[in-house]
Design a protein around this ligand. Structure first.
Ligand code: C5J
Length: 227
């Protein structure tokens, strides 16, 4: 049975039997000082601030027995899945694959590539290493979710306008209904976060829906009260 979540541009009909949470790239590389995000000159404290909200969102899904998917932007140690066009972009002090303060930047298995301990995956949850910004490119995730009957995705993580929005757009094109939890996502640039949310909900939800965590919690609390 679908549960109604107050959202923009209109209420989202959440079907718990078909829904999963996707937590995008809450990895040390982007969120802790000294990682890739910091090397690119960003103020990472904006991202650190959402960690308790993301943890509370994960807790809602775990408590209700729903699937949680975690992604990491990660490349193979030999960089065979990192196109030169990505590695050579810009003029950063350090590039993907270089040795940084938390090991090699954006490389699978390195300390900086780990999900924050506060949000660490638990047994039964999916952890997807993605070489692109979007979570479906070269990951096989669509097949995995389809096999489990997942048709709705609730999104959180960083950054709103890059990996979160790219993943939502990829999901939308694959037929998933997508709900963004707007206080569980963040950008280094507040204006980009605000613009991304508006782009998602514009034109009747052309990419999906958006709502704060409190609205989702109220829906689940109401469902529990109704038995
Ligand atoms: C970026 C991401 N911003 N996870 N990655 O390069 O959004």
């Amino acid at each position: 049975m679908a549960l109604s979540v107050a959202a923009r541009p209109y209420d989202f009909a959440l079907d718990p039997a078909k829904a999963a949470l996707v937590v995008i790239d809450m990895q040390r590389d982007f969120i802790e000082p000294g990682g890739f995000g910091g090397v690119l000159g960003n103020d990472v404290s904006r991202l650190t601030a959402i960690v308790p909200t993301v943890a509370a969102l994960i807790d809602v899904f775990r408590t209700n027995g729903l699937l949680v998917v975690h992604t990491r932007e990660a490349h193979k140690p030999d960089l065979s899945d990192c196109p030169p066009a990505k590695r050579l972009r810009g003029r950063p002090g350090l590039r993907i694959g270089d040795e940084g303060a938390m090991g090699r930047i954006l490389i699978a298995g390195e300390p900086g590539n780990q999900i924050l301990p506060e949000l660490a995956p638990i047994a039964g949850e999916l952890v997807i290493d993605k070489p692109g910004k979007g979570m479906f490119w070269a990951t096989g995730l669509h097949e995995t979710l389809s096999a489990r009957g997942i048709r709705q995705l609730v999104f959180a993580g960083v950054t709103t306008e890059v990996c979160v929005q790219t993943s939502m757009r990829e999901a939308n094109d694959r037929g998933y209904e997508c709900l963004l939890i707007e206080d569980a996502t963040e950008s280094y640039f507040p204006e980009f976060k605000a613009a991304a949310i508006e782009m998602i909900v514009a034109q009747g939800g052309i990419v999906g829906w958006s709502t704060p965590l409190e609205a989702l919690k109220a829906t689940f609390a109401g469902a529990m009260a109704d038995g």
